[in-house]
Design a protein around this ligand. Structure first.
Ligand code: MSP
Length: 485
């Protein structure tokens, strides 16, 4: 038992959440829930990144003030996360008074440490990515990350001495091999840092929607310097007890396109402020929808809320995690979701419960017996996948277990057996279902609640995921899932 601090990126509020944002949040939720099951003290942080040119522009396009606009979009994020059963402990907004004050404090700290100076910035800026780019970083005159138009910027800015942290960063990566995760994403970052770092512009003279720069209110703090420290401002850095308890973060989860910001800028800022870097930064891949990149112009942006309304939260959570290896790119389609809902969720899990309970309800003998070794599950192996952030692999192993319970039922044919022999089979199946529901509860929490309810047992933690005496009082309820065509 220990502590576990997991974060998602804070999302831009230029538009409502889509399925890509939901993917990151669901993955982090699974980790948070798993660690709570294991008895760890957990802090799960998510939130919104509300300042900067991109949001300023979206508000103007909508004919609203940035504040009114962001309030509305934030509500949409919160509604979607609630519908998906996201169990965050805190939702941070960069427009929170508390965050703003702590950011000013943080920037003053970097200034006090001699890492900030004023200079002239001349170069390119990608508004959608809120990124400064040099001439050599453009591809065909466009942003090399998102491929969109960039604009020329020439202004007086404050700079952070990022170049000073080259060696410290390289040492951080080599001393902590797990810091850059997954491993296959490490080389790119190491090469960027080895190639030499330029100092970073950390203020904007032309952007009004932001936190005023301490001591120079004509400038606003660059949105990434406002955003990245959310991971400590939300804990109440510097004085709050939760900061001491939870920092350093165990893992920051994000999509691969913002890995660089989290593995270069963020630890450099922290080192400058005299704080520890996070233990791990993990980038997952991107998914396309039906083979295409999601974009407004293609009208293929998937709204997680409408999927939940149509299919329920658990099928959405399940399909997203089942679809792709956590870390790699993948593709999402509604057909895949329906296939998982009808196949694995409904046929493997739903039917297993309902056919077992139908027999158990009619059985008047004692439900007891000996655990049959074939039905044992390797919880250590599953936990180790979670520790390595192979959440898709953990789910795969749990699912193999669910299938093995089905196989046991088919082999033992409880419908043709009576008396103590049936009591023993029911004991094995009901306990296995109870154990699998504990293991599945981080992935499909609502369904597992229903399973515990129908079994008539307490939910329990990971330590309860072992064969015990069956103490439930079964009552068959409605099917866990309704198949769709
Ligand atoms: N505000 C910054 C992050 C600041 S963190 C200190 C930002 N916000 S964002 O709204 O653009 O969200 C980006 C995140 O959304 C990605 O890192 C990823 O987690 C998720 N995804 C967005 N589209 C995605 C896909 N198509 N596929 C998977 N995840 C993607 O960047």
């Amino acid at each position: 038992m220990g502590k576990f601090y997991v974060t998602t990126p804070i999302f831009y509020v230029n538009d409502k959440p889509h399925i890509g944002h939901a993917y990151t949040v669901i993955a982090a939720d699974i980790l948070a829930r798993w660690h709570r099951l294991a008895g760890d003290e957990v802090f799960f942080l998510t939130g919104t990144d509300e300042h900067g040119e991109k949001v300023e522009k979206a508000a103007a396009d909508a004919g609203k003030t940035p504040k009114a606009f962001t309030d509305e979009v934030v509500d949409k994020f919160k509604t979607a996360w609630k519908a998906l059963n996201i169990s965050y402990d805190k939702f941070v907004r960069t427009t929170d008074e508390d965050h703003i004050n702590r950011i000013k404090n943080f920037v003053s700290k970097l200034t006090d440490n001699g890492d900030i100076y004023k200079g002239e910035y001349e170069g390119w800026y990608c508004v959608p990515d809120e990124t400064f780019l040099t001439e050599t970083e453009l591809v065909d005159g466009k942003c090399r990350v998102c491929g969109r138009e960039v604009k020329k910027v020439k202004e007086e800015n404050y700079f952070f001495r990022l170049s000073k942290y080259q060696d410290a960063l390289l040492k951080l990566y080599s001393d902590n091999p797990g810091f850059l995760s997954p491993k296959y994403r490490a080389d790119e970052i190491i090469n960027i840092v080895k190639g030499g770092l330029r100092d970073l512009s950390i203020s904007r003279a032309t952007v009004k929607w932001g936190i005023p720069f301490p001591g120079d209110p004509q400038q606003t703090i660059y949105v990434w310097l406002d955003a990245l420290p959310n991971y400590i401002t939300a804990l109440g850095w510097p004085e709050a007890a939760s900061f001491n308890t939870f920092w350093p973060a165990d893992v920051h989860i994000m999509g691969k396109e913002i890995f660089r910001f989290h593995t270069i800028y963020w630890p450099a800022f922290l080192l400058s402020a005299g704080l520890k870097p996070p233990n791990k930064v993990f980038a997952h891949g991107w998914f396309t929808v039906n083979g295409q990149k999601m974009s407004k112009s293609l009208h293929n942006v998937v709204d997680p809320l409408s999927l939940v309304n149509k299919y329920g939260a658990d099928p959405v959570r399940f399909a997203l995690i089942r679809e792709m290896e956590f870390g790699r790119d993948g593709d999402f389609s509604e057909e895949f979701l329906v296939e998982k809902l009808n196949g694995e969720l409904s046929a493997d899990l739903g039917n297993l419960l309902s056919r077992t309970l139908a027999i158990a309800e009619k059985f008047s003998g004692e439900i007891k017996g000996e655990p049959e070794p074939g039905g044992l599950v390797d919880i250590k192996e599953i936990s180790s996948h979670i520790d390595k952030l192979e959440i898709h692999e953990a789910l795969e192993k749990i699912w193999r277990y669910v299938r093995s319970i089905n196989k046991y039922v088919n082999d033992k044919k409880p419908w043709s057996v009576k008396g103590p022999e049936l009591g023993n089979i029911l004991y094995n199946v009901l306990e296995s279902i109870r154990i699998s529901a504990i293991l599945l509860s981080p992935f499909i929490p609502e369904t597992c609640e229903k399973i515990f309810g129908q079994l008539g047992v307490e939910a329990g933690g990971l330590k309860d995921a072992v064969f015990k005496e069956f103490k439930g009082k079964v009552t068959r309820g409605p099917n866990l899932f309704v198949k769709v065509q």
